[in-house]
Structures are given as structure tokens and as C-alpha cells.
Design a protein around this ligand. Structure first.
Ligand SMILES: Cc1ncc(COP(=O)(O)O)c(C=O)c1O
Length: 467
């Protein structure tokens, strides 16, 4: 039964019991602070940030039920009851035979990659979230998102889909034995949190079956993806979120999940896998790098919070609010004339930096001009995911070899943390910066920390005027 007023306004489906005060500093203080950290927003002290949109990872607000569960955490080293509670929840939601805990997504990736990737093998994906982690595991990465997914503006509802023709062609070209598995990232973070359709996952499965290869999901935002399927894919309107997640996972052989997103927790992750032998191998990697197989780097209390968080994230009311809030920010930004990528995805709004500042040359990092201006104008911390974060560089000199196809700034929305009023504020600040965009100036890299695995997040920038 629908409630038209509720559906139209989409009020936050929670009341607030505990708050963290946030303080707005003066513009002069903000200008001084960002200058002092060399325009690297990762180094801004968080108490000097008014609205923090750096990431949606590990930044969720937990519910009273999660905080309550924390007190029941069993901190036994081995076979703690907390793990068995989480395992039961995982088995209810995800259609896999075995699960292994990890301290966060990258721990889960390490476990799975060590067990499955041989040096020199190619791993196809719609878009790898962290190509460096594939490279560090000895693999080669291939991003095979559909062409529509690379367009900044589009009407395509499933811009995260894998191009299955390219997938088939790639496997036949490199040879089946040179591909350990096919990966699909749901939703596709680097393409703007864009969802993948069930039809596409089915088509990926068919190609994988043709070559007898496993399919692995990067399931960090699987509940958000399932909501998009329910809303936008014919035949799914009457299905429940858990039913859709089970169908997605049944089409795959395993997953890695950073529970810091759709687990609604601040830390945690896991691997799901069906194959008995792989599970045995992975157990030893978990034990070696994460912790015993029933905690994997998480405290018992974190495991309890995750078990509750996973049940909360599959609630349709929560997901309608979550996706609705992100879309609302997108709409407010568009009303202000700010160039964003469309359709708006699951966990944030992406600004097109080069359309925002056409007067700044791509090699002068328009995205850094935008992140600097958002902080100076309104105390908002956003993240450059473009020419600085994703450029390919010479490992010795740091010289740019190539820039990525798209140059974006991400405003990632933490889950259950900010209200609609905050969304309006963010858009108003972005609108003000956009109206005064000709005043923005470009930047250059002042110091590389290490460039081997894109650790420019540790680096320093300077405005091009300060030679
Ligand atoms: C799609 C995706 N996969 C994996 C990860 C890695 O997760 P973690 O930061 O928990 O290691 C992220 C993190 O943002 C992500 O967005």
C-alpha cells in the first residue's frame, strides 16, 4: 500500500537519539587550514570539516539495535558465538556455502586473490574499484563496463553493466587458463555508484559458463544494487530485497564484501565462496593475514553489529530513503546548475570537474580546484576521483603517462548521518562555487609520497600561481 505524502517527501525513517555536534569555522580559518595541509583533503582534520563527504565507507551511523548488540559481543579467540550469529545471517541473505570474516574489504580481497589469482592472469570486471590491489596480487586488470557507463550523462538505468561481448572476446583472446574468474562490482563505484541489472549478471554467468570460469561479486553495495533492480528492472517490483540478493549471489560462485558500506558498520568485511577446496585454501590465508577463521580481524562486538546491520540494510524503507536522499542531493545540485553525472547512482553525486572548470587545463587538476573551493566556501570535504587519483604515472619520475577517461569529484553520502537540510546546504554551496567558477585556479603536484600504488593521497599540491 502506498502513502503518497510519505512517498513524495521521503522523511528520514529514523529518529535521532545521539548526535555529534559539528562546528562551522570562519572562511579565513578554512582557507588557512586547507593551505596548511597542502590542499590534500585527506589531511584535513575532521573536526575542521563541517560536512564530510569524503567517503561512504565506514562512516555509517549505527542503530540503537546495533549499539545494543555490541554489548553482547563474544571476544573468544576461536569459535565465538558472535561469529555463528553472523554466519547464520549471512546464510539467510547471501546464497553461498561458506563465509570467512575479514577486517574490511581489502582483507577479503587479499584472502580471495591469494587463493585464486596466479601471476600474469587477467581479471575482467565492469570496473575494478582498486586496480592496484589486482596488480599487487600479480594480476592484470580489465575494465569492461558498457560504453553507456562511460558517458557522463545518460538515460541508461543500468550504467554499471558489463559489456558481455567484450568479456567473451577478452577470454577467448587471452585464453581461459589466463583468467582466474570474472568479477562484477555491484554497484559500480568508479562509474558513479551505477547499478548492474540481473539480466546482465545472468549474461555474465552465461559467458563464464561457456569457459567454465567462476564469477565473483564485489558486493560492497549489493543492497543498494538490489533496490535499483527492484525499482527499475521489469519483473522485480514484487520481489523482496533478500530474494533479489539471493538471486544475484546464486548467479555467482563467491563474493568479497567491504561491510563498511552496505553492512552499516564502521569496520568489517567477509568472503563468500561455494567451492570446498577454495574454502580450505582461503581459511589458511585468513588465518595468516586476518585472524582466526571466526573473527578475521574483527572484534566480536563488530561482528555482532554487522549481523544486525545486514538485517537493517535489506529493509526497503531504509533503501528507499537512502537512494531517495542521494537522488535529492542530485536534484538540488541540478537546480543550482552544477554539472553532475546522470543518472545519480547509489551512494553519491559525482561532479564533472572539466565541465565545472573548463578554463582549467586537465593537467592542472580542475577536480582539486573544486574540492578546495567546496571546503573553503562551505566546510565540505569531497574527494577528487579523476586526473589526480587515477592518472597513470612513471614509477620513477612521477610524470603523467595518461589521464583517466573521466575527471570527477565525488560527494559520497554516509548512511543515516546527514539530513535533507544538509543536502540542501551542500547543493547551495556547490551552486555558489559554480557561479563563481571563473575565479578558481588550477593546481600542480608539489610532492609525491610514493607513486607505486597510487598513494598520492599522501602527497601535496600547490596552486599554479605559487611557483
Ligand atoms: C567497490 C569497492 N570494493 C572494495 C572496496 C574496499 O573496501 P575497504 O575500504 O573496506 O577495504 C571499496 C572501498 O571503498 C569499494 O568501493
Amino acid at each position: 500500500m502506498s502513502d503518497p505524502i510519505f512517498d513524495r517527501i521521503q522523511p528520514e525513517p529514523f529518529k535521532i537519539k545521539t548526535v555529534t555536534p559539528i562546528r562551522m569555522m570562519s572562511k579565513e580559518e578554512r582557507q588557512e587550514h586547507i593551505r596548511s595541509v597542502h590542499y590534500n583533503v585527506f589531511k584535513l582534520h575532521s573536526d575542521k570539516v563541517f560536512i564530510d563527504l569524503l567517503t561512504d565507507s565506514g562512516t555509517s551511523a549505527m542503530s540503537d539495535a546495533q549499539w545494543g548488540a555490541i554489548m553482547t559481543g563474544d571476544e573468544a579467540y576461536a569459535s565465538a558465538t558472535s561469529w555463528f550469529r553472523l554466519e547464520e545471517t549471512l546464510k539467510e541473505i547471501f546464497d553461498y556455502k561458506y563465509f570467512l570474516p575479514a577486517h574490511q574489504g581489502r582483507g577479503a580481497e587479499k584472502t580471495l586473490f591469494m587463493a585464486m589469482i596466479k601471476p600474469g592472469q587477467t581479471i575482467p570486471n565492469n570496473m575494478h574499484f582498486s586496480p592496484d590491489r589486482i596488480t599487487a596480487s600479480g594480476g592484470l586488470m580489465a575494465n569492461l563496463i558498457i560504453d553507456e557507463g562511460k558517458k557522463l550523462q545518460s538515460d541508461c538505468p543500468f550504467k554499471g553493466d558489463v559489456d558481455v561481448e567484450k568479456l567473451d572476446a577478452l577470454i577467448s583472446e587471452v585464453g581461459r587458463d589466463n583468467v582466474p574468474f570474472v568479477m562484477v562490482t555491484v554497484t559500480c563505484n568508479n562509474a558513479g555508484g551505477q547499478p548492474v541489472s540481473m539480466e546482465n549478471i545472468r549474461a555474465v554467468r552465461a559467458v563464464a559458463d561457456k569457459y567454465d570460469l567462476p564469477v565473483i561479486l564485489d558486493a560492497a553495495r549489493i543492497a543498494e544494487n538490489a533496490y535499483f533492480i527492484k525499482e527499475l528492472e521489469p519483473g522485480y517490483a514484487d520481489k523482496g530485497i533478500v530474494e533479489i540478493i539471493r538471486e544475484m549471489t546464486a548467479l555467482s560462485d563467491g563474493c568479497v564484501m567491504s561491510a563498511k558500506k552496505d553492512g552499516l558498520v564502521n569496520i568489517g568485511g567477509f568472503v563468500g565462496i561455494n567451492d570446498d577446496t577454495l574454502y580450505e585454501h582461503m581459511q589458511s590465508y585468513t588465518l595468516m593475514w586476518e585472524g582466526y577463521m571466526t573473527y578475521g580481524g574483527m572484534a566480536g562486538r563488530d561482528i555482532e553489529a554487522l549481523a544486525v546491520g545486514l538485517r537493517e540494510v535489506v529493509d526497503e524503507n531504509y533503501l528507499a530513503y537512502r537512494i531517495g536522499q542521494v537522488r535529492y542531493l542530485g536534484k538540488c545540485m541540478q537546480d543550482e546548475g552544477v554539472p553532475i553525472t546522470t543518472p545519480v547512482g547509489g551512494h553519491g553525486v559525482w561532479i564533472d570537474s572539466q565541465q565545472f572548470c573548463p578554463h582549467i587545463a586537465p593537467e592542472h587538476y580542475p577536480g582539486i580546484a573544486v574540492t578546495t573551493a567546496l571546503y573553503e566556501e562551505g566546510g565540505i570535504r569531497a574527494c577528487e576521483l579523476g586526473n589526480l587519483a587515477f592518472s597513470k604515472r612513471n614509477e620513477e619520475t612521477g610524470e603523467v603517462i595518461s589521464f583517466p577517461e573521466v575527471d570527477l569529484v565525488r560527494l559520497a553520502i554516509p548512511r543515516r548521518v546527514y539530513t535533507s537540510r544538509h543536502m540542501e546546504y551542500i547543493a547551495a554551496v556547490a551552486g555558489e562555487v559554480y557561479r563563481n567558477r571563473e575565479k578558481l585556479i588550477g593546481f600542480k603536484v608539489k610532492r609525491y609520497a610514493t607513486i607505486k600504488y597510487r598513494t598520492l593521497f599522501l602527497g601535496e599540491m600547490m596552486p599554479i600561481t605559487e611557483d
